[in-house]
Write a protein that binds this ligand. Structure first.
Ligand code: ZN
Length: 297
């Protein structure tokens, strides 16, 4: 089995879609690369953000709920999500966030200076410097994330076993791993487990791991089944294909193919500018366009 090289995307539940758009586009400088609906709950948007080239390992996606139903953070969820920024840009980021009245705390969560802050809906975020300098301060993609595992040893077994992550270090608070791909995404499981969380606004729904193609996805499906995990059928997500499992710490892991990509239904230049629906929902376009709040794109 090939090791997992990197995160494919992370998906969280947030509140008002325009507040979400303003935060990730205007404060963090990401690009809205897809407006679609939640394929499993199509009355809700599914908004995708990435860097300007929609590069792999940069995609964070949201289900913006307008029902005011806040979640409870806890085990069985992905915790704080960290973005990587160029070397020597952390001070500028701190100033930038302060200027937006965003409260920032500098910690050592990822084993080096980590700017911790929350998004407009209470989702826990962080910014960490990478090794390489750049001529601007733009977010380069994920640095990694915390997993609020209900069973850190069980989670470790999957991460360092089948998935091939390297363990970096551990103390009594955190175990620290990294993926083997060039992105070297950092994964932290927090110890000891917290009480169980409940999904809702301000919580992360799942983390998706990148697999190269459908053939490898099917290998993962049968391998995970053999290891005793409950594995879903392969789901067509239009821009990629996916399977889902609940890992031993109850965190939802998705395994997603790199292709076909976000340009299957719109030009790369116009990504994110219009509502895109998969075939099965196109006949209900008018209904969704009436129901969903207009986005200030
Ligand atoms: Zn997903």
């Amino acid at each position: 089995m090939e090791a997992i090289n990197r995160i494919h995307h992370i998906t969280a539940i947030v509140g008002d879609p325009n507040e979400n758009l303003k935060f990730y586009r205007d404060v963090l400088g990401l690009r809205l690369i897809k407006q679609t609906v939640n394929f499993d709950d199509p009355g809700v948007y599914h908004l995708y953000f990435g860097d300007h080239n929609e590069s792999p390992g940069t995609v964070i996606t949201f289900f913006p709920w307008t029902n005011n139903n806040y979640g409870k953070k806890g085990s069985g969820q992905v915790g704080r999500i960290a973005f990587r920024v160029p070397k020597d840009s952390l001070n500028d980021w701190e100033k930038h966030l302060n200027a937006q009245n965003i409260q920032v705390e500098v910690t050592q969560l990822f084993g080096k200076n980590t700017l911790e802050f929350d998004d407009v809906h209470g989702l826990e975020l962080a910014i960490v410097e990478g090794e390489a300098a750049a001529d601007n301060n733009d977010i380069l993609g994920f640095h990694g994330s915390v997993l609020l595992s209900g069973n850190p040893e069980g989670t470790k077994e999957l991460l360092t076993g089948l998935m091939g992550l390297n363990e970096l270090d551990r103390d009594d608070q955190n175990h620290h791993y990294e993926t083997v791909g060039e992105e070297k995404h950092h994964i932290i499981t927090s110890i000891p487990p917290q009480p169980a969380g409940r999904f809702g606004i301000g919580t992360v729904h799942h983390i998706a791991w990148s697999v190269p193609d459908m053939e490898v996805l099917k290998e993962w499906q049968s391998k995970l089944k053999k290891e005793g995990f409950g594995v879903t059928v392969v789901k067509d997500r239009n821009y990629f294909n996916s399977i889902y499992i609940g890992e031993k710490g109850n965190v939802v892991f998705e395994f997603a193919t790199d292709g076909p990509g976000f340009d299957v239904d719109e030009d790369r230049e116009s990504l994110g500018t219009a509502l895109k629906l998969p075939k099965q929902y196109e006949h209900k376009r008018q209904e969704y366009e009436t129901l969903l709040p207009k986005l200030d794109v």
